[in-house]
Every structure is written in C-alpha cells, then in structure tokens.
Design a protein around this ligand. Sequence first.
Ligand SMILES: *[C@@H]1O[C@H](CO)[C@@H](O)[C@H](O)[C@H]1NC(C)=O
Ligand SMILES: *[C@@H]1O[C@H](CO)[C@@H](O)[C@H](O)[C@H]1NC(C)=O
Ligand SMILES: *[C@@H]1O[C@H](CO)[C@@H](O)[C@H](O)[C@H]1NC(C)=O
Ligand SMILES: *[C@@H]1O[C@H](CO)[C@@H](O)[C@H](O)[C@H]1NC(C)=O
Length: 277
Amino acid sequence: MAAYTHFFFVFLLTNFLPTTFAFSPTNHIPPPYNCHDHEKSALLQFKDSFIIDSSASADDPAAYPKSEGWKLDGSDCCSWDGIECDDITGHVISLDLSGSCLSGSIDSSSSLFQLLHLRSLNLAFNDFSHSSIPFVLGHLLPNLAHLNLSYSGFSGPIPSSISNLSKLSSLDLSSNLGLELKTNPDFKTLQVLHLDHVDMSSIVPNDILANSSSLVSLSLVGCDLQGVFPARIFQLPKLEVLLLDNNYNLTGYFFFIMDGSSDQTHSFISSQLTFKR
Ligand SMILES: *[C@@H]1O[C@H](CO)[C@@H](O)[C@H](O)[C@H]1NC(C)=O
Ligand SMILES: *[C@@H]1O[C@H](CO)[C@@H](O)[C@H](O)[C@H]1NC(C)=O
Ligand SMILES: *[C@@H]1O[C@H](CO)[C@@H](O)[C@H](O)[C@H]1NC(C)=O
Ligand SMILES: *[C@@H]1O[C@H](CO)[C@@H](O)[C@H](O)[C@H]1NC(C)=O
C-alpha cells in the first residue's frame, strides 16, 4: 500500500509539474523590490576598482568575467550575474564573483563595505595581488554567514576582526600564498572551516577551536601546524570531515569508535597522525 502511494505521487509530479510551472504567474512577475540605488552604485564602483584579466582566474577552468554585464542603465542590479537580493527588502544579500578574472586589491575604503546586508561573499579564484584582507571586514559586514576568499591571492595576517562575524557558518581562506593565522580566532558558529595552506606555524594547536562545537568540516592541509593536535577536536559532536595532511611537525592520536550505532560518517585523513583504537 505504501509502495503504491509512493508510485502514484511520483507519477503525479512527473506528469503535471512541468505544466504547472509553465503557466505559473510567479515566473513572470518581477520581485516586488528593485535593487537599492546606493547598493547599485556601490557594486559598480566595486567593479570599476579592478581590471579584468583572465590570468587572475587561471586556476578556475569555469572562470569568466561575471561583472562585465553590470551597467549603469535602467537594469535592476538584483538580476545581475553574481548578485542575489532579499525577496522582501531588495537588499543585496549575496555577491558571488568567484572566478571572475578580477585583478586588483580591496582596501578598507572599498565600496564592498557599503553592502551592509551581505550574508554571502565569494571572491574565490581571483587575484587580489598579495593585499591583506581588510580589518574592517569583520566589523562592516556583520551579517556574513558565508565567506569564501580561497585561491584569491590575499597575503598577510588574517584580521582578528573575523571573530566578530557572529553569524559566520562557513569560512574558506584556502590556498592564499602568504596568508597567516597569528592568533586563535574564536569561532562559535562555524560549521565549515577550510584554511588549507594558510601559515599556522605560530598557533599553539592545543588552543585551537576551543569553542567551535558546531564544526562539521575542518580542513587544515599544509598549514605548518607544529606540536600536538588536541584530541578533543576529534570529539566535536558534529565533526564529519577532518583533513590534516602535510603538517609534517604535527603529532597526535585519537580514538576511533565504530560501534555501528552512529549514522555519522567520520573520515579522518592525515599523513602524520598516530591512530589508536
Ligand atoms: C569584536 O570582538 C571583540 C572581542 O570579542 C570585542 O571586544 C569587540 O568589542 C568587538 N568589536 C565590535 C565592533 O563588535
Ligand atoms: C569556495 O568557492 C569555490 C569556488 O566557487 C568552491 O570551489 C569552494 O567549494 C568554496 N568553498 C566552500 C567551503 O564552500
Ligand atoms: C571560549 O569561550 C570562553 C567563554 O565564552 C572564553 O572565555 C574563551 O576565551 C574562549 N576560547 C577561545 C580560544 O576563544
Ligand atoms: C619541524 O620542527 C623542526 C624543529 O623545531 C624545525 O627545524 C623544522 O623546520 C620544522 N619543519 C617544518 C616542516 O615545519
């Protein structure tokens, strides 16, 4: 009986759903709000602060200059490539210019920091020319939940202000040559933390991620971690993926419990850890 019901449901969906969509009025009515003028001009200023250079995104085979179609005309910036706005307020909430051939730098006066409602920022696979991640980022974009600056040529210390992003749930700063983590940030809300190839040699591993009980995925490949990796990280309740490869001076051990009663997948991979059962 249950199987029959399921089959019938699938039949209904596959036969009638496309028709329903084709005539749905919601496909044709624009969102209730257009983008705000000050956010539109902030986006255009941001675009103009870079030059487009395909070699800036050489590591990304899918790269193309997303901001090239952004124009100061009557267009709604919410419909521009890489932009997402809130349905209700019309504020820009997501900026994804990953792999957009951007070459240049971002400083604290960048018009990026006028997009106060941003929840998601992805500038991965561009070339910010060894500039630092601006300190103001942690203070001026308080709604950020997703920050991705991987493969983007940032250098220097990761600003401590990043701990002030109290809604941050994923942070990817991987593969920026010369980026350093000098002090342990306090990440209470993070679920995903990827810092591959960030220089963490001055961090005392025992103190790291003391308050990060939400972590699901932690990747610290090639971070030059030194010393003993704390066993408590392995006991974080939600951790599913931990990558610690290529930390040649890192040691540690953990207990790997497989009792069949847990439905979590744990995959711990490291070249230098001692595994104990
Ligand atoms: C940033 O966080 C620090 C340490 O938690 C705190 O002292 C400071 O007041 C915060 N700054 C802002 C602007 O939220
Ligand atoms: C960061 O962005 C890149 C490019 O879009 C993507 O490949 C990567 O998976 C993202 N990282 C996270 C943690 O989502
Ligand atoms: C963890 O949280 C406690 C209490 O909020 C705080 O005292 C401590 O400094 C935090 N640890 C780290 C490493 O941030
Ligand atoms: C490992 O530690 C030793 C001794 O402190 C140091 O000389 C060496 O450079 C370190 N190696 C790496 C890859 O960090």
